[in-house]
Write a protein that binds this ligand. Structure first.
Ligand code: BTN
Length: 264
């Protein structure tokens, strides 16, 4: 049944809302819709399946038709507010929605991977620009009911981690829109510290030993110290704090895994 049936529990997010069967990438689709004037602030697209789902750092996001959520949201913040914090804000909304619907103890790994029991079940990819006005397409992929990918041992799905079995993806999608709309409005009202505080309460990275992978450099190990006000991560390398900016950097547990809540 199309997810466009019935009222949305939001005030402005999801107007309009498109529900597609198959698309290359919801981020790409929304960008095209924006370019042709069909999509503006608050527009949302969700698809059952993507044939060319994009992940961060040029990776592929596997997107089979398996009861998962592949969605993109167009946000047009005031010019001075367009920043990397939006991607952390989206991660906060994903985790909040999952906690609200399943009561699972979902957490965040810097910058915005959502994890359960040390395994990633959701990711966020933000693509942004300033022409003709500031815009950000916030793409979110949540492995809800699909089997964890055999190619990624560190991946999982909500159903796999939840003893309650299948998760109602439409209910979770609505909870995600509600959480995103509320967090976005609070951030505009209260400022960047709101995202930093919420993210910090949900994260499993700060305080842990991490391995930092930067392009063109050998990986190095340090202890994650704190989140910066701009969403970067401070990591102690040989007792010197180093600021790590998201983008081409990945932060992992030594050995390659993701941090779980009580590893260290
Ligand atoms: C990551 O690498 O962790 C980010 C994954 C983001 C995947 C989502 S699925 C919906 C949207 N459309 C895309 O092509 N990518 C994002």
């Amino acid at each position: 049944m199309p997810w466009t049936d019935g009222p949305l529990p939001t005030r402005w997010l999801g107007q309009p809302l498109w529900h597609l069967d198959t698309v290359d990438s919801t981020n790409q689709w929304l960008r095209t819709a924006m370019g042709s004037g069909r999509a503006g602030h608050g527009a949302v697209v969700v698809a059952d399946r993507q044939t060319a789902g994009r992940g961060r750092r040029g990776r592929v996001w596997e997107s089979p038709p398996a009861g998962n959520i592949y969605t993109s949201v167009l946000l047009c913040p005031p010019p001075e507010r367009l920043s990397g914090l939006l991607s952390l804000l989206a991660g906060v909304a994903v985790v909040q929605a999952v906690r609200d619907v399943t009561q699972l103890d979902a957490q965040l790994k810097w910058p915005n991977d959502a994890v359960l029991h040390g395994r990633k079940f959701a990711g966020v990819l933000v693509e942004a620009g300033v022409s003709p006005a500031p815009w950000a397409i916030v793409g979110m992929g949540i492995n809800v009911n699909g089997a964890p990918s055999a190619h990624y041992p560190q991946a999982t799905s909500l159903a796999h981690e939840w003893e309650g079995g299948m998760v109602d993806a439409k209910t979770l999608f609505h909870a995600l829109l509600v959480a995103l709309e509320a967090t976005y409005e609070e951030w505009l009202r209260e400022g960047d510290s709101l995202v930093v505080e919420r993210w910090s309460r949900m994260n499993v990275t700060v305080g842990h030993v991490v391995e930092v992978h930067q392009p063109g450099q050998l990986p190095w190990v340090g202890r994650a110290l704190r989140l910066d006000a701009d969403g970067s991560l401070w990591v102690a390398r040989d007792n010197q704090p180093v600021k790590i900016v998201a983008g081409d950097v990945s932060v992992r547990l030594p050995g390659g895994g993701y941090a779980s809540g009580n590893c260290w």
